[in-house]
Write a protein that binds this ligand. Structure first.
Ligand SMILES: Cc1cc2nc3c(=O)[nH]c(=O)nc-3n(C[C@H](O)[C@H](O)[C@H](O)COP(=O)(O)OP(=O)(O)OC[C@H]3O[C@@H](n4cnc5c(N)ncnc54)[C@H](O)[C@@H]3O)c2cc1C
Length: 390
């Protein structure tokens, strides 16, 4: 197989090779069939969990392998570069971090070992709401304290994998916005054990999307959860969620680099094989140059992902780099996807080539978990000192 980056031989080369081997058990037709029926890749996620890849970020004392973010990035990048879709399970890696950083000792002991072993799935992350959109502090889901419980009412949208998760990390208001001095206060984080409430006070409605993503709408109707499921301090939840977002952005950026590698490798292979006018189409610079340009874009994005991950691992400020990595990598994968479709001509639209599926899948990352505009707003305001635009 063509090696597309010297980083493929980094300190995680063994992990990459092992993940590649696992992915070989789940080839294109596995993903294609699921895409057709919009089913969840249960067998793939089970295999990843059993092999310990979803728990690499969980410290050893809680049953994980205690590796850093770049190991997790190498795993997710490899899944994408092999044609798979880590979107089915990537959230477990970064939502777990919120419990690790802000959970009590008792919560960590209760949840992390079971998440590491795969007995508990923490795949659902309930932040976005239909009316608040990107303006998270405008969310309306409310958790009211009632003795030893909280009673939760409201609605989330785009809560991915809720049907395939046991736990949900939920952000809800605990103090009305009007009663806070800053709108970022009065929000709290909860661990919701969905097994106890689903079909009763919690209902889940799947949303069919342009790609297979198992995303849903979730409704809370007087949902009662124990107060001990509050993470950290009441009212500080927004900050807890924000601290996890850099990890989320870096990991998703790594997935986009993986997608870009898949598109570039697939396009180059096709351009080297397809004969039109008696010669390989790749002999035409009009075909070769866009692939070469997509390659340069991928390598540049890959560098920023590295920079962001190493800053994050060193405990340095990584907000700007995590955001830039996410934006540049999402742009690189989208550009590479477009070039891959173009290189394949009509066959780029045929399902059996997987190009159109990957093209639909990678499009998401221009919008989620944070859209490109909001990344540019962050850079303009926080790096360049320009006026806040919202
Ligand atoms: C498939 C899928 C899976 C998802 N999974 C999850 C999940 O598991 N959990 C979860 O909580 N959320 C999830 N999301 C939600 C996702 O994070 C949001 O869709 C995303 O943050 C954008 O929010 P929005 O859709 O409300 O868009 P809006 O906030 O309504 O924005 C619409 C458009 O306007 C632009 N815009 C808005 N405000 C500004 C501004 N001030 N300046 C410039 N441009 C602006 C945005 O960039 C965007 O292009 C998912 C979304 C999708 C589609």
């Amino acid at each position: 197989m063509m090696n597309l980056s010297p980083y493929d031989n980094d300190q995680y080369a063994d992990i990459r090779a092992a993940v590649r081997k696992l992915c070989a058990e789940f080839p294109g037709d596995y993903w294609r069939k699921l895409d057709e029926t919009r089913e969840y890749p249960t067998a793939f996620v089970r295999a990843l969990t059993d092999a310990g890849y979803l728990s690499v970020l969980i410290p050893e004392e809680f049953g994980g392998s205690g590796l850093g973010l770049s190991a997790a990035a190498a795993i997710l990048e490899t899944i994408q570069a092999e044609g798979g879709n880590g979107g089915a399970c990537h959230a477990q890696m970064y939502t777990m971090g919120t419990i690790l950083r802000h959970g009590s000792e008792q919560q960590k002991r209760q949840y992390l070992p079971l998440i590491a072993s795969g007995e508990l799935r923490l795949q659902a992350f309930g932040v976005t709401e239909p009316t608040s959109g990107t303006d998270t502090t405008a969310l309306r889901t409310f958790a009211r304290r009632d003795g030893d419980d909280y009673i939760i009412n409201g609605q989330k949208i785009w809560t991915s994998r809720a049907e395939h998760s046991d736990l949900m990390l939920l952000l809800a208001r605990t103090t009305p916005k009007e009663e806070t001095t800053r709108k970022t206060e009065g929000l709290s984080c909860f661990i919701v054990d969905m097994r106890e409430v689903v079909g009763k006070s919690l209902s889940i409605r799947p949303i069919r999307t342009m790609m297979n993503h198992a995303t849903t709408e979730v409704f809370f109707d007087d949902m009662r959860i124990p107060a001990k499921n509050l993470l950290g301090e009441e009212g500080k939840g927004f900050r807890y969620i924000l601290t996890g977002m850099n990890a989320e952005r870096i990991l998703i950026a790594a997935e986009c680099v993986g997608d870009a590698k898949w598109f570039i490798r697939t396009a180059a292979a096709y351009a080297n094989n397809r004969i039109v006018f008696g010669r390989k189409i790749g002999a035409n610079q009009g075909v070769a140059f866009p692939i070469a340009k997509a390659y340069a874009g991928m390598r540049a994005a890959e560098l920023m992902v590295r920079e962001a991950a190493s800053r994050y691992e060193a405990g340095e400020q990584a907000g700007a780099e995590a955001n830039m990595a996410k934006m540049l990598a999402a742009d690189a994968s989208w550009e590479a996807g477009n070039v891959c479709v173009q290189t394949h001509g009509g066959f780029g639209f045929a399902e059996e080539y997987d190009v159109e599926r990957k093209f639909r899948e990678t499009r998401l990352y221009q919008v989620a978990p944070i859209s490109t505009n909001l990344i540019l707003s962050f850079l303009a305001e926080h790096v360049l000192g320009l006026p806040r635009s919202y």
